[in-house]
Structures are given as C-alpha cells and as structure tokens.
Design a protein around this ligand. Structure first.
Ligand SMILES: NC(=O)c1ccc[n+]([C@@H]2O[C@H](COP(=O)([O-])OP(=O)(O)OC[C@H]3O[C@@H](n4cnc5c(N)ncnc54)[C@H](OP(=O)(O)O)[C@@H]3O)[C@@H](O)[C@H]2O)c1
Length: 253
C-alpha cells in the first residue's frame, strides 16, 4: 500500500517523523501546523498551515485529500486538536496514530511543585520566588496577569505583537533546543529563583529542569491535561522511530 499520511505537527517529534517518512517512497507526507510561529522551521514533505475549522473541517480535509493515516504528533498540552483528531479520524474511518513523548519524571534533588493548571501556578508563584523564568508560551501568560512581587523572565519564539499581560517582565527571544549548560548560565546570569514550565517531556526543553535541580531552584510544573473521554487511537507511540515502525507494519498489511 502507498500511504497518504497527514501529521498534525508543531513539535520536534512531528518534524523528525516527517523527515523519516519523506525518505520512504511508499509514503506521501503532509504536515499540518496551527500557524502559531511566524517563521516555522522548514519541514520535509508538504506543509499546510492554519486550523481546519473544527472537527468538521478536519473530516473534510481527510476525505478531500484521501488521507490513509492520521498521525497526531501535536504537543501534549494541545488538548483541543487531540480531541478533534480522535473525533475526525473516527468519523472519517481513518486510523489514528498518536505520537507523544513521555512526561518528565521527578529525579532525586528536584524541587517540583506540580499543579494542574496555570492559575494554580500563578497562585503559588509569589510564595516560591521573586524572579521567575516563565516558559509556558505566549498564549497562556494571562494566567499571571494579577501577580505582584514577581519579576517574570519570559522566553518566546516570536516578538510579541501586543504588550504582554504581565506587571513586571522582560522578554527573551530564543528558539530551542536549550541544553543544561546554556540554561544554567541563563538562570545564574538573570538570578532566577523559580522556574515555571509545562511537563512537556523530551530532551529539547529539559535543560531548564536539570539546571533548576543543579541550582536547587523550585520548579512550578504543570501536569499534562487528562485524555479526553473515549480517547482510543489505533496506537500510541513515544518516538518518531516507533511511529515509523507502526506505519511500516500498516503499510505491509
Ligand atoms: N500547547 C502548547 O503548550 C504547545 C507547545 C508547543 C507546541 N504546540 C503546538 O502548537 C499548536 C497549537 O497548540 P494549542 O495548544 O494552541 O492547540 P489546541 O488548543 O489544542 O488547538 C486549538 C486549535 O488550533 C488548531 N490547531 C492546533 N494544532 C494544529 C495543527 N497541528 N494543525 C492545524 N491546526 C491546528 C485547531 O484549529 P481548528 O479547530 O480550526 O482546526 C485547534 O482546534 C499545536 O499544533 C501544538 O502541537 C503547542
């Protein structure tokens, strides 16, 4: 079978899978991006950008493009598109593969304060530090709008198009990956005493977690959102290589 694969992307793992698939003549790969970053890295295969227009729009895309397999390789915190992918794949009768890297696990020496949402993180922040490194993405900064007494060092990929909804902050424009040595330097140079992050998992952004451990700095870490009810993809894998192995098996059936 030749396979038309639609990857819902926006992660490093999605990009790696697109690169692997693009080298295999049995597959024609398209990656879909939400369009959140101004100049996304160039990806192998075809790329489409922007929302589908809800579940109905995604179903229409799957039918129109005669997609054989849908791979949801979106970020673990992108809860809406994950729900849409499951619903649309079921309705369109297209197998869904979920690619999701495992969450980080607490190590000896970690001073984690785990929270279910960023409102809870905002509430706890002033009790834990005065100079917080905030790496939760531009879209979710509003949760920290009313926090006084904390200076936020905010790392973003693109320059903000509107003033940030924070009382006291500075912006750092950088695109990952970030290793532990770089993060250690940054935390020391900016006298950071609290890290606020999502439990994204993977290597690319683990440096700040390791650096916080080394410096004995607390980390306010948002737990991953729960799976939507009835979530049952054909398979869930943790790496692009495992995704490729699954796709390879399906292609041979
Ligand atoms: N949330 C994070 O912390 C985070 C971190 C790093 C990267 N990302 C990436 O950024 C993107 C947006 O994240 P989010 O948390 O805003 O998502 P979300 O809340 O789950 O999705 C919101 C809407 O954005 C559109 N969308 C999301 N991912 C898309 C994709 N890959 N291709 C086309 N449309 C997509 C869909 O619009 P329609 O309903 O119109 O189809 C979706 O309903 C995701 O693709 C994710 O992989 C997210």
């Amino acid at each position: 079978m030749s396979g038309k694969v639609l990857i819902l992307g926006g992660t490093g793992d999605a990009a790696r899978l697109a690169a692997i698939l693009d080298l295999d003549p049995r597959f024609a790969v398209t990656t879909s991006l939400a369009g959140r970053t101004e100049a996304p890295k160039k990806l192998p295969g075809k790329v489409r950008i922007g929302g589908f227009g809800g579940i109905e729009g995604l179903i229409e895309t799957l039918h129109r493009d005669k997609t054989d397999i849908l791979v949801d390789a979106t970020h673990p915190f992108a809860a809406q598109i994950r729900r849409h992918a499951m619903a649309a794949a079921t309705e369109a009768n297209v197998p869904l593969l979920r690619l999701e890297r495992p969450a980080w696990v607490r190590q000896r020496g970690d001073r984690w304060h785990e929270v279910d949402n960023l409102a809870e993180a905002a509430k706890q922040a002033p009790k834990l530090g005065r100079r917080a490194f905030l790496t939760v993405g531009r879209k979710e900064l509003a949760a920290f709008a009313d926090i006084a007494g904390v200076h936020f060092l905010v790392r973003l990929v693109d320059p903000p198009s509107a003033p940030l909804p924070l009382a006291d902050f500075e912006v750092l424009l950088e695109r990952g990956p970030f290793d532990e040595t770089e993060e250690l330097q940054l935390l020391r140079a900016r006298r950071v005493d609290l890290v606020i992050a999502k439990n994204s998992g993977g290597e690319a952004t683990y440096g700040k977690i390791a650096a916080a451990r080394a410096l004995k700095i607390p980390v306010l870490l948002q737990r991953r959102p729960p799976l939507p009810p009835g979530y049952a993809p054909a398979a869930t894998v943790e790496t692009p290589e495992a995704a490729m192995a699954w796709l390879d098996k399906v292609a041979k059936e």
